[in-house]
Design a binder for this molecule. Structure first.
Ligand code: SF4
Length: 303
């Protein structure tokens, strides 16, 4: 039996999908945590995704993340008493069908006989079931889910993203929650894992004038929760880091020097064939103004 490779799709950041257009607004550019992460792990990968906007084959792991996030969002539409593991399980297939309707190319991830998709849906249910080991959604009433947030820095850089869940306590304390369908990182990489949440903490602080009390990563891959209480110092440091990344993006744009950085992430990179580290040659940079490209380009993901 021959296997048809999945049809490549242009990755679109959720922040771009729901964000306000930045055309005509006086901004330098836009960054989301995912795009900052791309640049920090490999500037050339950032270029391929953000400037060239090269399509990538969909990955079952990433799409599983999208489906599980969708179910966890919809779960809180139900009356509290109905937010049970059994009910959540029934929501997986409809969430997948909804995604497939919106992006039919995702169906090419699986072979025609249906066995792969059945096994994959089962893996989605397994990951989702772990959520109920960590939280009881019947006892929660989130203030927001899949919340688009954005703020403009003093340097006219638009920071934006989509927060999985925001909880607000009766005393006004804010908790930012992010679901990861992967497993937790080793301690030495915790800072990297928390960066995304500090980014959201910074944006919400700028938007609401309140520093979130708690940042919480819920790892459904291995049933762990990572919590962190940020302070002003943390969030100002995050702002400086994001600005430094933007300055480096601008320098790469001016010089045309988008350095590849070989590392662990290469294992999953869809662009090895055109990467100099693997003997490939990147395509010429597109004619379009890189500033405009970066400003309009995809910025997260679902983890
Ligand atoms: S293969 Fe590795 S070094 Fe090359 S673009 Fe991808 S992530 Fe960067």
């Amino acid at each position: 039996m021959t296997t048809t490779p999945p049809t490549a799709v242009t990755p679109v950041d959720p922040a771009e999908r729901v964000g306000t257009a930045v055309d005509g607004v006086d901004v330098l550019g836009a960054l989301s945590p995912s795009r900052v992460g791309d640049f920090l792990s490999c500037p050339l990968l950032f270029r391929f995704r953000t400037i060239d906007r090269l399509p990538e084959p969909p990955s079952p792991a990433a799409v599983r993340g999208t489906v599980v996030h969708r179910v966890l969002e919809q779960l809180f539409d139900l009356p509290a008493a109905d937010r049970t593991p059994d009910r959540a399980e029934t929501m997986v297939a409809p969430a997948w069908n909804e995604l497939l309707d919106a992006e039919p190319a995702l169906g090419t991830m699986f072979d025609g006989d249906g066995a792969d998709v059945v096994a994959w849906l089962s893996s989605c249910r397994e990951v989702l079931a772990r959520y109920f080991d960590l939280e009881d959604p019947r006892r929660l009433e989130p203030a927001d889910r899949e919340l688009y947030v954005e703020t403009l820095t003093d340097t006219k850089l638009l920071l934006r993203g989509v927060v999985d869940r925001v909880d607000v306590a009766p005393d006004g304390a804010i908790r930012i929650v992010d679901y990861k369908t992967s497993s937790s990182s080793p301690p030495e990489f915790e800072g990297k894992a928390l960066f995304q949440l500090k980014f959201y903490g910074l944006v919400i602080w700028r938007m609401r004038g309140v520093i979130p009390k708690r940042l919480q990563l819920i790892y459904l891959g291995n049933s762990e929760i990572l919590s962190y209480e940020p302070d002003e110092h943390d969030l100002l440091a995050t702002e400086r880091k994001v600005q430094a990344v933007w300055d480096a993006v601008r320098l790469a744009r001016e010089t045309g020097d988008w350095q590849p950085r070989k590392g662990y992430g290469c294992t999953w990179c869809a662009h090895q064939a055109i990467c100099p580290e693997y003997g490939g040659t990147p395509p010429p940079l597109p004619e379009r103004s890189p500033d405009a490209a970066a400003a309009q380009a995809p910025d997260s993901s679902s983890g």
